[in-house]
Design a protein around this ligand. Structure first.
Ligand code: AMP
Ligand code: MG
Length: 415
């Protein structure tokens, strides 16, 4: 008997691998156009539209790395007595000379006067009566002096276009006196969930109903990205309702995200409308949890239709939506960081699809170990909540035995 592959089959010849699916998503996804000028105080996590070059040398002048005494190298032998002629403090440079046989008191961050060639830390010198300083060790030329432009030199590019700004970048810009940057406009993401069984929080559940969790998860996930989002609510399983939501979203968004309704069931209008009135890229990805997944366009927007099961929706978000969001925002969608960890218990799996099991990763005796969160059903959202990492088991694998090394993807690098 011949039968069409169903979601229950482990391997479906028409499925794409995770890598193929991602390649297709990225091939269709480019950065949005449009830029805006931002104060650096509002620019964390935003993407630079233009490279930034250093305007000034930092540090702008040679300065002391230690509290101590600044002097000429020629005077730097242990046992020498030097006349203390002045003080250079941070923000209060010494403007007089430092002649032979002389030194000045200097504090960390203070400008080192031109005559001085070395700084002796205060622990290696003592002040004696009459304002003289006795060196207790030989001073090396240039010691404890930070050179001009040792951090950044005026004119060098310090941040490239496409850079997603970190806290350190914001500080680096501030160190240059740069208060504004040109950033890529935030992509607009419209999303809705589908399902007649779904009830928003705040309303009691009737027979057969469940609370809509995906919409809240999506909103929470999207907050981590430089995007503007439009929540279109829960949409009923009717062709008219789904068409109207898609049309609205397709008119104003750069990306449409939905959950549910992408299988081939009677109530799966999302996939059907995409096929009839939009464009569809693919339907099935050989991953667990995850398939089915829809990718295409509707109106002016890119479209990613995630599965309805909450764990599948999150897993496909991390593997496909995240890279698409980064690409749309004008920054690189680097592959996630992975590490190897020793698994603490047997993991079961059937060959055919790549598994992203939910795991708890921790350090033990100087190495990484991982264990399962337990129930791995795609409806068991608690498995995501308990986890801090995916355990990625390759398609051909038939599980792992306790003590074996497995590949782990920490959630920090995929959400
Ligand atoms: P579907 O892909 O629409 O067939 O949904 C698959 C499963 O996910 C069903 O058990 C749905 O009830 C459930 N589901 C769909 N959407 C949501 C949602 N927004 N929140 C929680 N569960 C959902
Ligand atoms: Mg549904």
């Amino acid at each position: 008997m011949n039968s069409a592959p169903t979601c229950m089959d482990e391997s479906d010849p028409k499925s794409l691998t995770v890598e193929q699916a991602l390649e297709r998503v990225l091939a269709e996804t480019g950065p949005v156009s449009g830029t805006e000028t931002l104060q650096i105080t509002d620019a964390l996590d935003r993407v630079l539209a233009q490279p930034v070059a250093a305007r000034i040398d930092v540090p702008p002048a040679r300065n002391a790395a230690m509290d101590g005494y600044a002097l000429r190298t020629a005077d730097g032998q242990a046992g020498n007595r030097l006349r203390l002629v002045g003080v250079s403090a941070a923000g209060h440079p010494w403007n007089g000379p430092v002649g032979p046989g002389e030194c000045i008191r200097i504090l960390t961050g203070a400008v080192v006067p031109e005559d001085a060639e070395t700084v002796v830390m205060q622990e290696h010198a003592s002040v004696v009566d009459g304002g003289e300083v006795v060196l207790e060790r030989d001073a090396a030329h240039g010691a404890h002096i930070r050179g001009r432009a040792e951090d950044t030199r005026a004119g060098t590019v310090i941040l490239d276009a496409g850079r997603r700004l970190t806290a350190a970048d914001i500080g680096l810009l501030a160190s240059q006196g740069i208060g504004e940057v040109s950033a890529v406009r935030r992509p607009r993401v419209a999303f809705f969930t589908t399902g007649d069984e779904l009830v928003p929080i705040g309303q009691p559940l009737g027979p057969g109903q469940i609370h809509d969790s995906n919409r809240y998860t999506l909103a929470a996930l999207l907050k981590r990205y430089p995007v503007e989002f439009i929540d279109l609510g829960v949409i009923a399983d009717t062709e008219e309702a789904v068409r109207s939501a898609l049309t609205q979203a397709g008119a104003k968004a750069d990306l449409i995200l939905t959950t549910g309704g992408v299988s081939v069931g009677d109530a799966d209008f999302v996939s059907r409308l995409l096929q009839q009135e939009g464009q569809v890229g693919f339907w099935k990805v050989a991953m667990k949890p995850g398939r089915p997944l829809a990718f295409g366009r509707f109106g002016n927007a890119l479209f990613l239709g995630l599965p309805g099961n909450p764990v599948s929706a999150m897993a496909t978000f991390s593997l496909f939506v995240r890279p698409a969001l980064l690409r749309l925002s004008g920054t690189a969608a680097d592959p996630p960081w992975t590490l190897r960890a020793r698994v603490l218990e047997d993991l079961r799996k059937n060959p055919g699809r790549t598994d992203f099991q939910r795991g708890i990763l921790e350090q033990r005796d100087g190495g990484w170990v991982v264990r399962s969160t337990g129930g791995q059903g795609s409806h068991q959202l608690r498995s995501m909540s308990l986890a801090n990492a995916y355990i990625r088991l390759p398609a051909e694998s038939s599980g792992a035995k306790a003590g074996e090394e497995v590949e782990v993807i920490p959630f920090q690098s995929v959400f």
